[in-house]
Design a protein around this ligand. Sequence first.
Ligand code: NAG
Ligand code: NAG
Ligand code: NAG
Ligand code: NAG
Ligand code: NAG
Ligand code: NAG
Ligand code: NAG
Ligand code: NAG
Ligand code: NAG
Ligand code: NAG
Length: 388
Amino acid sequence: MHTATAFLLPSTWFVIFSIVSGFECPRGGYNNQTQFGPGCNYRCHCVADAQCDNDTGICQGGCGAGWMGPGCQYGDIAFKKRAWMSSNTGPDKVVDGDPSTCSQTDQIGEKWWRVDLNGLYRITGLIIFSDNPDALKGFKVRVGNVSSNSSADFPSTCFNDSSNANASEVITVLCTSELVGKHLMISIMDQQTKMKLCDVRVYGGRSIAYRRFTNQSSDQWDGVASRAVDGGTYTSYEYNTCTHTIEETSPRWMVDLAQVYYISRIEIFNRQDCCEERLAGFTISFATNGSFVMVYKHPHVMPAELTDVTNMSNDKARFIQIELTDTSKRTLSLCEVFIYGDCPDNLCGWSCEYPCYCAKPEDKINKIDGYCPTGCAENWTGSKCDCE
Ligand SMILES: *[C@@H]1O[C@H](CO)[C@@H](O)[C@H](O)[C@H]1NC(C)=O
Ligand SMILES: *[C@@H]1O[C@H](CO)[C@@H](O)[C@H](O)[C@H]1NC(C)=O
Ligand SMILES: *[C@@H]1O[C@H](CO)[C@@H](O)[C@H](O)[C@H]1NC(C)=O
Ligand SMILES: *[C@@H]1O[C@H](CO)[C@@H](O)[C@H](O)[C@H]1NC(C)=O
Ligand SMILES: *[C@@H]1O[C@H](CO)[C@@H](O)[C@H](O)[C@H]1NC(C)=O
Ligand SMILES: *[C@@H]1O[C@H](CO)[C@@H](O)[C@H](O)[C@H]1NC(C)=O
Ligand SMILES: *[C@@H]1O[C@H](CO)[C@@H](O)[C@H](O)[C@H]1NC(C)=O
Ligand SMILES: *[C@@H]1O[C@H](CO)[C@@H](O)[C@H](O)[C@H]1NC(C)=O
Ligand SMILES: *[C@@H]1O[C@H](CO)[C@@H](O)[C@H](O)[C@H]1NC(C)=O
Ligand SMILES: *[C@@H]1O[C@H](CO)[C@@H](O)[C@H](O)[C@H]1NC(C)=O
């Protein structure tokens, strides 16, 4: 079991990097999505699909539903999951991706809000939106494995708020150590105010496969390999966003992330217009520069529309392969593959291209611009800890 301390970050530092530039990246991917970043090869995740800053990905109107963190590049694992609150009817408003809809408890004293993440996830931090942050003083964030309303069933603490400073309306909470669990609870024991939450987004790793190099063992019906990383999640083949191999032995699809990353989670969208069973029993394998090692095998049952492979042990990979390994001839079709992870320890940048010197090299919520939420390593200073 983990015990952890954690840190409150002011959210205002994001604004410092928000410089409106003249150049806009052209749209791309499936259905002309807004893009930004090196090579214009990253996807904006803004409210109302607005264009983000072409360098940083920052969205003036905030991150769209289901996205969070630097450049809105991190997936929110609490989005649209099932939630409960100690009183009141609207706990779902806290996971609807809309910070303008809030939910408030009726009672004062001990109160809580909790969410079932619907799977075992690695939890590194979260963002809390509240329009009454003073009423959150003394809040605790806990992680557990059972669906329970009792804080005693949430044995791991991600964060205890003990700050006397005025909280901001957007509170970024970083767990000091990564916690593994299925449920998350935010509770306040003794504040004599009602608890009000507008949005809670839980960090689920940075999206790293969008428009990367892909290939597959064969192509059929124009179902080229790149369709699985084009950002289109339609699961009907007619939308031209699903891949398709011929019927063959061990059909396989591969993506090159262009850089070694830690991998924490993989979402796979399966065809729904027919042939859902084709994906049953698929395997996922990782390689850095040598041969592939299998890290996951789907149980041979009817695959869901979305398979979310979570709790990956943060293995490193540059190449990720999805394969149907039976001896019989089969067809592989993938409608989208979202891969979440981040740079290895001590590396930062969009492509993990420069060293970073954070006090805690394992911090996994901001590897993009090198800002160190927990401060700099010994003998390093500066806003990005890049001065010796
Ligand atoms: C938070 O407070 C609880 C007691 O309420 C304590 O058991 C736990 O160790 C604390 N955790 C941190 C990270 O401070
Ligand atoms: C963003 O726009 C600025 C100003 O036009 C330009 O200098 C910069 O190269 C652009 N960045 C990218 C990644 O295209
Ligand atoms: C995408 O953009 C291209 C070129 O700008 C345009 O021809 C095409 O119609 C657009 N597609 C959609 C679906 O908007
Ligand atoms: C938890 O509390 C909610 C009401 O806030 C109630 O609807 C639910 O049944 C309770 N769940 C458990 C497991 O006690
Ligand atoms: C939940 O279960 C997983 C796997 O069984 C374990 O690794 C993790 O520590 C548990 N989490 C908590 C908070 O007990
Ligand atoms: C906190 O907020 C109160 C009321 O808005 C204000 O009077 C006080 O100066 C603030 N304290 C700090 C440290 O900002
Ligand atoms: C995909 O491309 C890589 C690198 O060029 C190559 O090693 C691999 O064999 C190819 N895979 C398939 C399935 O064609
Ligand atoms: C290949 O992988 C090995 C083991 O992970 C590593 O030591 C080596 O530096 C890698 N080589 C390249 C060129 O990335
Ligand atoms: C989840 O990850 C934890 C920590 O690496 C590990 O102890 C546990 O066995 C994993 N659980 C499952 C179900 O894979
Ligand atoms: C930091 O600098 C001091 C003085 O130069 C040195 O003694 C110490 O070993 C350095 N620490 C690290 C971790 O490099």
